[in-house]
Design a protein around this ligand. Structure first.
Ligand code: M6R
Length: 369
């Protein structure tokens, strides 16, 4: 059942190109427009939406954080992302024009379920993004967009995360399409890029051997830090979460712009710091900032592990270890930049003798508070 792999997690990492392709299947038509028939919230209603609120836990929350960048950029609708466990216990400002998106692989996470009930009580429409047919969260939502990752057995989420991202992009692009935003051309270009993205995920998987070797060489470290900006920031959070749950190491993700506001004090000789670098094309200001963040931490002795696009030569002198990913549009980069972090955490867990598929103290689906 593990299909020749030692762990379900390895199998599920390898299944990601297919999971991504399956989640896109039938949702982009021949003219390059989106058909999300399952989203039973009508176009008229979607045009009225004046606020999007995303609720989720853990890895699904990280997918939501990335979705915010895409939704606000492509639709110009304000979007908030909140941990379901926080949202359900406060007094959020919601009404019938708010669209609440609940993201959950299992569809059974108690906090996410309670958050969506909380939203519906206030008259908001709830759209679930879920991987499990007929589970409680989609059943209690107004509409559902299923991710087609197939069953995810390993406790650490991998393929479900990538497909959650795809589903979030589809929702963002669909909202943009229905509302006809001024980003029309960009939206069509991104839809084209999305339809090829599973091949790029495949290419990343083919180049993971050096990442595994690097992970093994770090097996006796106590701490690893992760830095990113823009959509690279939630990717950093996700990389740190994977490492905590699998390798039982102290790992933290930071927004690189926050370094000087505290975290830089943690930097010491030989501390491994993973940095997710955005594309040098497009948002050049952001790119320059992160290159100078890398220089700053390296000057203080950090061992820099840099994830950067193919063809990005400027980072080379500052990278103690360089992990290449294919060039993608900025907002789609998490689909390729997350993969090396999953492989890294899985290999570190193995090197430390940990149980990869069933980490200590964790359950696949958290159905209690
Ligand atoms: O089933 P859900 O997507 O609602 O689960 C949410 C989190 O419990 C889950 O993503 C958790 O953080 C994973 N173990 C992370 O790898």
């Amino acid at each position: 059942e593990k299909g020749g792999y030692d762990y379900f997690m390895l199998k599920e990492i390898a299944e990601q190109p297919k999971a991504v392709a399956d989640t896109l299947l039938g949702r982009i038509d021949a003219n390059g427009s989106l058909t999300l028939d399952e989203v039973r919230i009508g176009a008229a209603e979607l045009r009225e939406v004046d606020k999007v609120v995303i609720v989720a836990c853990g890895t699904a929350f990280h997918a939501g954080l990335i979705a915010k960048y895409a939704i606000e950029h492509w639709t110009r609708i304000p979007c908030e992302v909140e941990l379901a466990s926080e949202f359900r216990y406060r007094d959020p400002i919601l009404d019938s024009r708010s669209l609440v998106i609940a993201i959950s692989q299992s569809g059974e996470t108690m906090d996410t379920l309670m958050a969506l009930r909380h939203a519906r009580e206030q008259g908001s429409k709830v759209l679930a993004i879920c991987n499990t047919n007929g589970s409680t969260i989609p059943r209690e939502s107004d509409a559902v967009l299923y991710t087609h990752a197939g069953p995810e057995v390993a406790v650490a989420s991998t393929k479900a995360f990538l497909t959650q991202l795809v589903a979030c992009y589809l929702v963002a692009l669909y909202l943009a399409q229905v509302r006809g935003t001024k980003w029309g051309d960009e939206v069509s270009a991104v839809i084209r890029d999305l339809s090829h993205i599973s091949g790029e995920v495949e290419r990343v998987l083919e180049t993971m051997e050096p990442v595994r070797a690097l992970a093994r060489s770090l097996a006796d470290k106590r701490t690893v830090l992760f830095l990113g900006r823009h959509v690279g920031y939630p990717v950093a959070l996700e990389g740190a979460l994977k490492l905590k749950e699998l390798a039982y190491m102290h790992a933290e993700g930071f927004a690189a712009g926050e370094l000087k506001h505290g975290p830089i004090a943690l930097i010491e000789e030989d501390l491994p710091v993973v940095v997710v670098v955005p594309s040098p094309r497009g948002r050049s200001v952001l790119y320059d900032k992160i290159v100078s963040n890398i220089q700053e931490i390296r000057a203080r002795g950090a061992r820099t592990i840099v994830i950067a696009e193919e063809g990005d030569e400027q980072v080379v002198p500052y990278a103690d270890h360089l992990i290449r990913i294919p060039a993608t549009p900025t907002l789609l980069q998490p689909l390729v930049s997350t993969v090396p972090l999953q492989v890294f955490a899985c290999e570190l867990a193995t090197a430390r003798g940990n149980e990869v598929d069933q980490p200590r103290n964790l359950a696949k689906s958290v159905t209690v508070e």
